[in-house]
Design a protein around this ligand. Structure first.
Ligand code: NAP
Length: 737
């Protein structure tokens, strides 16, 4: 970087001042870094260690030559230093500091200057260590750390920009915060932990057997008390400087410890587990925020291709990942139920974990997930607590829409925010009908998140005529209906997925469905349940079609959800002559599930009625592959009214099947497929996971190798697919890079 500033003077050449000097010098941010310290030895060491270019012996003359003056002295020394340098400060000289508390620094400046100069920009680097002195100076100390600027009412934009640039040159990220907020936040996140560490070590050190305590102290003690080795004078100064905010935090902490003490004394497992699981979840969440990662560990983010060898047959037994829709609803209703709900087979996806975290943030004790097992200590319909801040829902539209229904009726305010994808989507389809029920919800521009939901509204039951069928809209309104006066009725043009209604019944709450209208009344109670989340039928469909087209196949898919609104793939395959048997049919939380056995039997082309296809829309690409392997022609009709996304997906499948040599066309919302020989080669799934899965299955009947590009979406949405497919007999391998 070229030198953009002539001289920077650092007053106080200790850990922070020295680190700043060293970083600026190494990056050649200015021509000369001058150091000043009341301790001559520190200055000499600074010169010897190459931390500064020049050691100033006279503070006043050094100030008169500097473009920027940085105070890096203990906060208590600020007023004395300011008083000393004031006469030498030129009007254009920029002045900043690094003090850990800001209120008292600005107060000191006011006492010295009267009106604060526009060149004064207070700052605080959120980086440090328990060491002190220039010998500990580290040029990388601020890299990827935050520096908070707490502007005064007179700080000029030019000065602010210049100080921000100086910090950015050290690799830091610069933020601005109001002064009072800064001191409060730091009292909680930095000052309180330091005081606890000092106090714990002091308390233990006073015990008679302290040598043993320290000798045998394990990692936890060492980690927790590292910061008790920090400079006592500095912390003494900070306590005096930020007294009120620190006292407030100590009081909150003392009350928290008292609650825990009471729980331990009373062997109150629920309270103890509540405190520990909430803390663990928050700490994990915090770790992810720090590493800028998401709720679940992303398996892979680079490009992925699937390479498939032709032929093969399926055999064995498979258990598929849990259904996403049911996983969301189990967390919601389990939290609102009055006793414990135990879930097995919970799908640990980004989206369902966002729902889980939201309820944790509202005070619900949730253990797990651990290998699909989750235990929820329900709080009842009226038991949610105000969350500490906005509820972040990642890119989960289901979480945001369904939660909006629940939160519209709570006594407290909430704000729902999302990731970049979700923040582009309009929420008006739920906001408007909820407002008709009396909810008060504000949105961002064009109905987009964040949603600000005002609490304390008594909702009233309304009959909603929903023009575009959507299970999420229906679910949000039914959940709001749990709290509304009178009856909430939702009329839909076509039947949508009914997982919410079924799970409500499974938790003991009656829901009526007659002739396109779903109705619910308040006044019930949700009773905790045991829920074994069924395997996802869309995932199962991949293996059903695979076994149905590959000669010699026989496979058993265990515990798959066969909800009538989603089981179309079974009915269409049976219509084509597939040999499919359902065993162990049962209800789980009112959801029908079964083990599905599929044996190979030659398929016949058929005309698929629109009604049947409605319950298999997601599986259209797979059904087209089945049709390509069937005798004669198949027709799938009624697709024109199914939205652009479905048509796009079908068009991509048409293109890929044509590339494999199949006679297939899409016209006027109807797909015609003529069964034939499947070739091979390189195909593109346009980033659509369902198309990629269908083409992977087609390889079982291909004549040559098939390579499918852009399969990252499969890896993200169905990470277990390749392993399950290989186990079942599909000759697939993943190429990454
Ligand atoms: P440090 O290593 O002890 O350095 C402070 C230096 O300033 C010492 O060399 C000290 O000399 C000198 N000094 C004290 N009074 C002075 C005066 N009146 N005139 C000139 N020099 C004087 O402390 P530090 O950790 O760098 O802390 C400096 C500032 O950074 C503090 O305001 C602190 O709040 C802030 N800060 C610290 C951290 C951290 O983790 N350490 C993090 C962020 C911000 P003596 O040794 O003779 O006292």
């Amino acid at each position: 970087m070229r030198c953009s500033v002539d001289r920077i003077l650092i007053v106080g050449l200790g850990l922070i001042g020295g680190s700043l000097a060293k970083a600026l010098r190494e990056r050649r941010y200015c021509r000369t870094v001058i150091g000043y310290d009341r301790n001559a030895e520190e200055l000499e060491a600074g010169l010897a260690l190459g931390v500064i270019d020049e050691a100033a012996s006279d503070l006043v003359s050094a100030v008169s030559r500097a473009d920027i003056v940085v105070l890096a002295v203990p906060v208590k020394a600020t007023d004395a230093v300011l008083a000393e340098i004031r006469p030498a400060l030129k009007p254009e000289t920029l002045l900043t500091d690094v003090g850990s508390t800001k209120g008292n620094v600005v107060e000191a400046a006011r006492a010295v200057f009267g009106e604060l100069p526009p060149t004064f920009v207070p700052g605080h680097p959120i980086a440090g260590s328990e060491k002190s002195g220039v010998a500990a100076a580290d040029a990388q100390l601020f890299e990827r750390h935050k520096v908070i600027l707490t502007l005064t009412e007179t700080s000029s934009a030019k000065a602010t920009l210049a100080i921000a640039r100086m910090w950015q040159a050290t690799g830091a990220e610069v933020l601005q915060m109001e002064l009072a907020r800064h001191d409060e936040v730091l009292a909680a996140t930095s000052h309180l932990p330091h005081l606890l560490a000092f106090s714990l070590v002091d308390t233990l050190a006073a015990e008679a057997e302290n040598t043993d305590i320290f000798r045998y102290a394990a990692g936890g003690f060492r980690d927790f008390t590292r910061i008790a080795a920090s400079d006592p004078t500095m912390w003494h100064d900070i306590c005096l400087a930020n007294r009120d905010a620190i006292l407030g935090q100590i009081d909150r902490f003392t009350a928290g410890v008292a609650r825990l003490r009471e729980a331990v004394a009373a062997s109150d497992s629920q309270t103890m587990l509540g405190i520990f699981t909430r803390a663990k979840a928050s700490r994990d969440h915090f770790t992810r925020i720090l590493s800028s990662s998401a709720y679940s560990q992303k398996q892979h983010t680079g490009p992925v291709d699937f390479v498939l060898q032709p032929g093969g047959a399926l055999a064995g037994q498979l258990r598929l990942p849990g259904d996403m829709s049911i996983s969301h609803r189990a967390i919601m209703l389990g939290s609102l139920a009055e006793d414990v709900t135990e879930i097995e087979g919970f799908l640990e996806s980004e989206d369902s974990l966002a729902t889980l975290q939201a309820f944790r943030d509202m005070g619900v004790v949730i253990e797990g997930p651990h290998q699909g097992a989750v235990k929820i200590y329900g709080v009842g319909l009226g038991g949610l607590q105000p969350p500490p801040g906005p509820l972040y829902l990642g890119d989960s539209g289901t979480s945001m829409r369904l939660l909006a229904g629940v939160l519209a009726a709570q006594p407290f305010d909430t704000e729902l925010t999302g990731g970049t994808g979700l923040s582009r989507r309009s929420m008006l389809s739920i906001v408007e009908p909820l407002q008709n029920m009396g909810a008060r919800i504000e949105t961002g521009p064009d109905g987009r998140p964040p949603l600000r939901i005002r609490g304390g509204q008594q909702l009233r039951g309304v009959e909603h005529d929903v023009s575009t069928a959507s299970a999420q809209v229906k679910s949000a309104l039914l959940l709001a209906g749990l709290y509304a006066d009178g009856e909430t009725r939702v009329r839909e043009p076509v039947m949508t997925r009914d997982h919410t209604e079924r799970m409500l019944r499974g938790f003991g709450w009656p829901v009526e469905t007659t002739e396109g209208v779903t109705a619910i009344r308040a006044g019930g109670r949700l009773v905790g349940a045991r829920i074994a989340v069924p395997g996802d039928i869309s995932a199962a469909a991949t293996f059903m079609v695979a076994a149905a087209i590959a000669p010699g196949s026989e496979i058993l898919l265990e515990h798959v959800g066969i909800n009538p609104t989603r089981r179309g793939v079974i009915d269409v395959l049976r219509l084509m002559g597939a040999d499919i048997e359902l065993h162990n049919e049962t209800l789980v939380g009112a959801e029908p599930v079964a083990d599905i056995q599929v044996r190979y039997r030659p398929l016949q082309g058929v005309e698929v009625p629109a009604g049947l296809l409605a319950a298999a829309l997601d599986e259209c690409p797979l059904l087209m592959v089945a049709a390509a392997c069937a005798g004669g022609e198949s027709r799938l009709s009624g697709l024109e009214a199914r939205g652009a996304r479905v048509l796009e997906r079908i068009a991509t499948t048409v293109g890929a099947l044509q590339a494999l040599g199949i006679e297939v066309e899409l016209q006027h919302g109807q797909v015609r497929v003529r069964g034939g020989r499947i070739g091979g080669g390189a195909l593109d799934c346009a980033g659509d996971a369902r198309v990629a899965l269908a083409l992977s299955v087609a390889a079982l009947r291909a004549e040559r190798e098939i390579k499918i590009g852009g399969c990252g979406a499969v890896v993200a949405s169905f990470p277990e697919f390749v392993a399950l497919a290989r186990r079942a007999g599909i000759r697939i391998r993943k190429e990454e890079g």
